[in-house]
Design a protein around this ligand. Structure first.
Ligand code: ZN
Length: 310
């Protein structure tokens, strides 16, 4: 079994409108934009990162806003709901705030003994806020959201699969343990993780395959401390028969990717070097940062990428 994985690192979704995406994740949900860069494989498209003050692994939601893509269609083989942890007693505040912001499909319920507010982001992302006791992660505050309400980071990611068996086995190999099951959802936990420790598996045998588009999760990334841990995980996965990419330098972390049996794209990302690699923590995300291989495109990109509000 792999012991190096410590919970989620980031979740990356597709989007369409960069300015609206930026507005929703910073102004409405109150996360900090910790990096403004481009998709390294498609540099005409932004890669926007939102998280806590530092972009701590386990707090970072990222987006690729492709200006012309259509809406995704939810289905199997993908992440359904991405959930964030908020303080106990804060859901009334959020329900009021999100409904005033025009967010739709707001729904309150309780799962696994925790109060939850589900909703759909403007671009179609199924999201939830879950009241979590004793989440000691420090939040980013501002935009009218104080520490008694602010998002702490990821609570869980929910995988929607036609057959959850092989993915459950894989997650077990990755250090996750059964936590509980309820309403057709199996919850797994990575004990001693970084706080973003939960994965839910929802098995839906008759569900059609999801279609990637705006509002769809592109991949989820799991955190390892450093490059040595990543190489150990890569070897263990390859020895088990997974087809894993070589290590790729993403400037703020190193990444490897592999497709899981249920169809979801997994990444393993390092906690090093972090988002302060090329700008001070006090000024993260304020200006467009480009990887060295795309620096020659700067004037064109600055002219064509949609301007973002601070
Ligand atoms: Zn990623």
């Amino acid at each position: 079994m792999i012991t190096e994985i410590k919970g989620l690192h980031h979740v990356t979704s597709m989007a369409r409108d960069a300015a609206a995406n930026n507005q929703f994740w910073t102004k409405t949900l109150g996360l900090r934009r910790v990096k403004q860069t481009v998709n390294f494989d498609e540099p005409s498209v932004y890669h926007l990162y939102y998280g806590d003050e530092f972009g701590t692994p386990g707090t970072v939601m990222t987006h690729f806003p492709f200006p012309h893509i259509g809406r995704g269609r939810q289905g199997s083989g993908e992440v359904g709901v991405t959930a964030f942890s908020v303080p106990v007693g804060s859901l009334g505040f959020w329900e009021d705030r999100l409904s005033k912001a025009g967010v739709t499909e707001l729904k309150r319920d309780e799962t696994f003994g925790q109060k939850r507010l589900s909703f759909v982001a403007p671009e179609g992302d199924p999201l939830a806020l879950v009241e979590t006791a004793n989440d000691l992660r420090l939040p980013w505050t501002g935009n009218g959201i104080g520490a008694d309400h602010a998002i702490r980071g990821f609570h869980s990611a929910g995988l929607r699969l036609r057959d959850g068996g092989a993915t459950r086995e894989l997650l077990g190999f990755m250090g996750y343990q059964p936590f509980d099951s309820s309403g057709g959802i199996e919850r797994l936990i990575r004990p001693d993780g970084n706080g973003a420790d939960l994965i839910d598996i929802e098995t839906m045998p008759d569900l059609g395959r999801g279609q990637l588009g705006a509002g769809s999760v592109h991949h989820i990334a799991f955190a390892v401390e450093n490059r040595a841990a990543q190489l150990a995980v890569r070897k263990a996965l390859m020895d088990t028969g997974f087809n894993v990419t070589p290590v790729i330098d993403r400037d703020y972390f190193w990444a490897i990717y592999f497709r899981t049996p249920g169809g979801v794209l997994f990444e393993i990302a390092t906690n090093e070097p972090g988002f302060d690699r090329d700008e001070d923590t006090a000024h993260l995300g304020e200006v467009l940062k480009l990887p060295s291989q795309h620096e020659h495109l700067r004037s064109r990109l600055e002219a064509t990428l949609q301007p973002l509000e601070a």
